[in-house]
Design a protein around this ligand. Structure first.
Ligand code: F6P
Length: 373
C-alpha cells in the first residue's frame, strides 16, 4: 500500500517554505509513489482536519514564490483557543491522523513547531520536522530556510540607510527581526557595514554607544548606522527580564507560573519600543538627530533567494528519504555538506543563541564595529 503523508507549515512564514513543500512533495509523489495531503494554516488546520490533496500539479510553479501555499498559524497543539476556550487538541489531532490514514506528518517550522512536533511525537505520531526560520536560531542545524533571504533583505536595507544617514548627518537605527537570537542583525550588520550592532545576547550600554558615535564624529564621520536586533536590551532591562524569567522557573504552582509568565510578557511589551527610546537617548547624548527604521515583515516577504530555494529543496527531499527509511521523531538538519537526522528531543525547547566568542562576533569587533558593550 502506498504511504499517505500529511504536511503543514507552522509559525511565522519564511522564504523557502514553498520550495521545501515542493521538494518534499515531488520526491514523495514522483520518487516514492506516496499520497500527500497538505493541512491548512499549520497546527490549527491539523486540529480542524482541514486539508487539501496535493498532487504534482499542485506543487508546480511554487519554487520561487514567497510565503506558504498552505497558510500558517502560531497555534500550540496543547493550548489552542477553540470557541473562546483554551483546549488541549492533541487527542483530536491523533484522531484526525488515524482518520486520514496517515503514515507520517511533516512539520515545517521553527522553535515553536519543534515543540509542537515533539508533543505529537510523544502522543504516538510519526513526525518529521524541517527547520524553517529567518532567525536562524534552531539548534543542531547550520541553517534554516528563510534566513539567507532575510539576510539579503536586511543587508540591503542597512546599505541603503548609509546614504541617507550620511547626507543628513544623522544616526539611523535599523531594527532587524530576532527577538531571542541576533543572527540576522549580526549578519546584516557585518555585511552592510553598520557602525554599531546590538544583539539580544549582548546587553548594551547607551553611554558606550554614544561614545562610539562621538569618536566617529571626532574622526570626521558625522553619521552612524546602528543595526538593532528586535530583542536587544540595555543592561538594566536585561537584568529585569532575567529576574522575571527566574520567577517563572521558580514558581511552585501552575497559577504562580502563569502569573509570572504574564509578568515576563508585560515587561517584554514595555521594552518593545526600545529602539525608539534608544534613538532619543542617543540624540540627547550626542546632539545628532536620530531616526528609526523598522524593517519588520519586509524581511520575511517575497521570493526566496537561490540559497533558500536550494536548502528548502534539499531538506524536503531528505525528509522524504528519512520516511522511506522508516525514520521519524527527527529534525532534518543541514550539516556541513549534507543533511543529518537529529532526534526532536534534542531540538524542542532549545534556542541557538549567538555564542559570545562566535567567529562573526570576533569578525565584527576586528573590523571596528561596536557591539554596544
Ligand atoms: O520567528 C520569526 C519572526 O519573524 C521573528 O523574527 C519575529 O520576532 C517574529 O517572527 C514576529 O512574529 P509574528 O509573525 O507573530 O508577528
Amino acid at each position: 500500500m502506498a504511504k499517505r503523508i500529511g504536511i503543514l507549515t507552522a509559525g511565522g512564514d519564511a522564504p523557502g517554505l514553498n520550495a521545501a513543500i515542493r521538494g518534499f512533495g515531488k520526491a514523495a509523489i514522483q520518487q516514492h509513489g506516496w499520497q500527500l495531503i497538505g493541512f491548512r494554516d499549520g497546527m490549527r488546520g491539523l486540529a480542524e482536519n482541514r486539508f487539501t490533496e496535493l498532487d504534482a500539479s499542485a506543487l508546480s510553479g511554487i519554487l520561487t514564490t514567497g510565503g506558504t501555499m498552505l497558510g500558517t498559524s502560531r497555534d500550540k497543539v496543547h493550548r489552542m483557543v477553540v470557541d473562546g476556550e483554551v483546549r488541549d487538541m492533541v487527542p483530536t489531532i491523533v484522531e484526525n491522523y488515524e482518520k486520514d490514514r496517515l503514515d507520517a506528518l511533516v512539520c515545517l517550522g521553527g522553535g515553536g513547531t519543534a515543540k509542537n512536533a515533539r508533543r505529537l511525537m510523544d502522543a504516538g505520531l510519526s513526525v518529521i520536522h524541517l527547520p524553517k526560520t529567518i532567525d536562524n536560531d534552531i539548534v543542531h542545524t547550520d541553517s534554516s530556510f528563510g534566513f539567507a533571504t532575510a539576510l539579503e533583505i536586511a543587508t540591503e536595507a542597512v546599505d541603503r540607510l548609509h546614504s541617507t544617514a550620511h547626507s543628513h548627518h544623522r544616526i539611523i537605527l535599523a531594527e532587524i527581526m530576532g527577538h531571542r537570537a541576533g543572527w540576522l542583525a549580526l549578519g546584516a550588520g557585518i555585511a552592510g557595514g553598520a557602525d554599531v550592532i546590538l544583539l539580544p545576547e549582548i546587553p548594551y550600554d547607551v553611554d558606550a554607544i554614544a561614545q562610539r558615535i562621538e569618536r566617529r564624529r571626532s574622526h570626521g564621520s558625522t553619521f552612524s548606522v546602528v543595526a538593532v536586533a528586535e530583542g536587544a536590551l540595555s543592561g538594566p532591562d536585561r537584568q529585569e527580564i532575567d529576574h522575571a524569567e527566574a520567577l517563572v522557573k521558580d514558581a511552585s504552582t501552575p497559577q504562580a507560573k502563569a502569573a509570572a509568565k504574564r509578568g515576563v510578557k508585560r515587561l517584554e511589551a514595555s521594552h518593545r519600543a526600545n529602539t525608539f527610546t534608544l534613538a532619543e537617548q542617543l540624540e540627547e547624548r550626542t546632539g545628532l538627530e536620530a531616526r528609526v527604521t523598522i524593517l519588520g515583515y519586509v524581511q520575511r516577504g517575497g521570493t526566496p533567494n537561490a540559497a533558500d530555494r536550494l536548502l528548502g529543496t534539499r531538506l524536503g527531499v531528505a525528509g522524504a528519504e528519512a520516511i522511506a527509511e522508516g525514520r521519524h521523531g527527527v529534525m532534518v538538519a543541514d550539516r556541513g555538506h549534507g543533511t543529518e537526522l537529529v532526534p526532536l528531543k534534542q531540538v524542542a525547547g532549545k534556542v541557538k543563541y549567538v555564542p559570545e566568542d562566535h567567529e562573526w562576533i570576533r569578525a565584527a569587533r576586528a573590523v571596528g564595529t561596536a557591539l554596544g558593550d
